[in-house]
Unconditional design. Structure first.
Ligand SMILES: Cc1cc2nc3c(=O)[nH]c(=O)nc-3n(C[C@H](O)[C@H](O)[C@H](O)COP(=O)(O)OP(=O)(O)OC[C@H]3O[C@@H](n4cnc5c(N)ncnc54)[C@H](O)[C@@H]3O)c2cc1C
Length: 455
C-alpha cells in the first residue's frame, strides 16, 4: 500500500517545528514527508532588526534546514502558489520558475505572513518592510548609502532628506528596528566627521495612542522614554498620508524630507491563504482549536497564517497573536494531530499561556516582560538576548549569534555597504513575492490539468 503523503508548506517557526516532530515521531514506513520552501533556511525573524543594524550577520539568523543527516524530509525548493483542497493538490512554483503540482493526503499550511499595507499613495513603491532577510540586508545597505551620500553632498536639502528616517509601526518589530538603526546612525558620527549630528533624525510613528500596548502602560512608557532620550521623535495617533521618493507626508500635515521609509505596521496572512477560497478571520485562515480547516479534509493550518483559537484566554472568539512563541508550539501540536489522524486517534486542541515579550532596543537598552515580570535595562537585555539565544535551533546558529554579539560589543559597528541592489528599484512586493499567487480558479485549472497529464 502506498504511504500517505504529508506536505508541509513553509519552513518558518511553525513549519520546521512540525517537520522535525514528524521526522522524530513517525516511522519512515508510516508516511512520506515533503516540505515546500523557497529558501534552504529557517529565518529567526525576531533578530532581523539586528541584521539591519549590522550587529549580526545575515547568515547567523538563517538556520540551515540541512544540518543533520537524520533529516529525511524531501525539500522542494519553491513557493506554493495555490492549494486545491478538493483535488488535494498544492501548486508549487519552483525556484527555477517551473510550476508543478504536488499531490498530498495531508497538508500543513505554515506560510506565515507578509507586511500589511494600506492604500496610501506612493507606499507600495517607496516603503520597505522588515520581514525577510533580503529586506533587512537591503535596508542596512540603504541606510549606510544615505550616510555616504549625505557626507559627500554640498546640497543642504539633499543632506536633510538623506539624514531623516521614518519607521511606521510602534509594535515590537518597528520599535526594535527604529531603536537599533538609530543607534547605528548615531554611532556613525565618529566615522563621518563631516555630518552634522543635529541633521540625523529618526521618526517612529504609529496611528495607535501607545507603543507596544502588549507590554502594558508602564513598560510601554519606559520604552518611549528610552527612545525619546536618544532623540527619536515618537509620534502617536499619526500615520502616513503620502509617500514619495524624497519626502513623506504625515496625516498631521507635516512633510518630512526623507528617503528612507520603513513600514512595519503589522502583518497579514500569506496570500496563499486566499487561494483556498475558505473562511478567514481578518485574513487568517479560520481553523479549529485542533488546527484543522472545517470542511476541508486533510488540511491543517497554523502560525501567522491561521486564526488559531486562543483557549488560554477567557474571551470568546480570541485568536492567538502572530508570534514565534505560538507558531513554534503550534508546529509541535499540529504534528501530533497529523500523527493522531494517521493512527485513527483523537486530536488534541492547542492551548498555550503566553510567556510574555522581550524587546531589545540595542546596547544596554531593553524592556521585557517575561511571565508578567516587568524588567528594564540590563536585566531586560539579559532576558531578551538569553531568550532569543536559547530559542535558536542549532548550536552553530547559537555560536554565530553569540560571537557576533561579542564582536560588536568589543569592536563596535562597521559601515560597510556591499552595494546590494543599489540601482534596482526594490519594493515590498519584490521582497515578499506577494504578486506570485494564483486565483482560486487558476489553482483549480492547474490542478485539473496536472491530473489529466498524469492520466
Ligand atoms: C522584525 C520582527 C520581530 C519579531 N519579534 C518577535 C519576538 O520578539 N517574539 C515573537 O514571538 N515573535 C516575533 N515576531 C513574530 C514572529 O517572527 C512570527 O510570528 C513567526 O515568524 C511566525 O511563524 P510562522 O512559522 O507562522 O511564519 P514564518 O516564521 O514567517 O515562516 C513562514 C515561512 O514560510 C515561507 N513561505 C512563505 N510563503 C510561502 C509559500 N507560498 N510557499 C512556501 N513557503 C512559503 C517563508 O519563506 C517562511 O520561511 C517578529 C517578527 C518580525 C518581523
Amino acid at each position: 500500500m502506498a504511504r500517505p503523503k504529508i506536505l508541509v508548506v513553509g519552513a518558518g517557526f511553525a513549519g520546521v517545528e512540525c517537520v522535525r516532530r514528524l521526522e522524530r515521531r513517525l516511522g519512515s514506513d508510516e508516511a512520506d514527508l515533503a516540505l515546500v520552501t523557497p529558501f534552504s533556511y529557517q529565518l529567526y525573524l525576531p533578530l532581523l532588526p539586528q541584521v539591519a543594524s549590522g550587529i549580526l550577520t545575515p547568515q547567523s539568523i538563517a538556520v540551515s534546514l540541512r544540518r543533520s543527516r537524520r533529516y529525511r524530509t524531501r525539500i522542494i525548493p519553491g513557493g506554493a502558489v495555490g492549494v486545491d483542497t478538493k483535488a488535494k493538490v498544492c501548486v508549487v512554483r519552483k525556484v527555477t520558475g517551473e510550476v508543478v503540482n504536488e499531490p498530498y493526503d495531508h497538508i500543513v499550511l505554515a506560510p506565515g505572513s507578509v507586511t500589511r499595507t494600506f492604500d496610501i499613495p506612493g507606499l507600495a513603491d517607496n516603503a520597505r518592510g522588515m520581514k525577510t532577510l533580503a529586506e533587512a540586508a537591503f535596508i542596512r545597505d540603504h541606510v549606510i548609502a544615505q550616510l555616504d551620500l549625505a557626507d559627500a553632498s554640498h546640497d543642504e536639502a539633499e543632506r536633510a532628506s538623506r539624514l531623516q528616517f521614518v519607521v511606521v509601526g510602534g509594535g515590537y518589530a518597528g520599535t526594535e528596528t527604529a531603536a537599533c538603526l538609530q543607534r547605528l546612525t548615531s554611532n556613525a558620527l565618529c566615522r563621518y566627521p563631516r555630518l552634522d549630528p543635529r541633521q540625523i533624525k529618526w521618526h517612529l510613528i504609529d496611528i495607535a495612542p501607545k507603543l507596544m500596548p502588549e507590554l502594558g502602560d508602564k513598560l510601554g512608557l519606559s520604552a518611549q522614554k528610552i527612545l525619546r532620550d536618544r532623540g527619536i521623535d515618537v509620534s502617536l495617533g499619526v500615520s502616513v498620508a503620502k509617500a514619495g521618493p524624497e519626502e513623506v507626508t504625515l496625516t498631521d500635515g507635516r512633510v518630512l524630507p526623507c528617503r528612507t521609509l520603513i513600514w512595519t505596521a503589522g502583518v497579514t496572512a500569506s496570500p496563499l491563504i486566499g487561494t483556498l477560497d475558505a473562511e478567514t478571520v481578518r485574513g487568517r485562515l479560520a481553523v479549529t482549536a485542533q488546527m484543522t480547516v472545517p470542511g476541508r479534509s486533510g488540511v491543517f493550518a497554523l502560525g501567522d497564517a491561521a486564526a488559531v483559537p486562543d483557549l488560554a484566554k477567557d474571551e470568546d472568539g480570541s485568536v492567538c497573536p502572530p508570534t514565534a512563541q505560538h507558531a513554534m508550539r503550534q508546529g509541535r501540536a499540529v504534528a501530533d494531530n497529523v500523527i493522531a489522524t494517521l493512527r485513527g486517534r483523537p486530536l488534541k486542541p492547542y492551548v498555550h499561556h503566553d510567556l510574555g515579550l522581550v524587546v531589545d532596543l540595542g546596547g544596554r537598552d531593553a524592556v521585557s516582560k517575561p511571565l508578567g515580570v516587568e524588567l528594564r535595562g540590563m536585566p531586560a537585555q539579559a532576558a531578551a538576548r538569553g531568550y532569543h539565544w536559547s530559542a535558536l535551533r542549532t548550536n552553530v546558529a547559537k555560536t554565530r549569534v553569540l560571537t557576533n554579539w561579542l564582536l560588536n560589543a568589543v569592536a563596535g559597528d562597521d559601515f560597510v555597504r556591499i552595494g546590494f541592489l543599489a540601482r534596482t528599484p526594490a519594493a515590498m512586493r519584490d521582497f515578499e513575492y506577494t504578486d506570485a499567487y494564483l486565483t482560486p480558479e487558476q489553482v483549480r485549472e492547474h490542478a485539473a490539468a496536472g491530473h489529466l497529464q498524469q492520466e
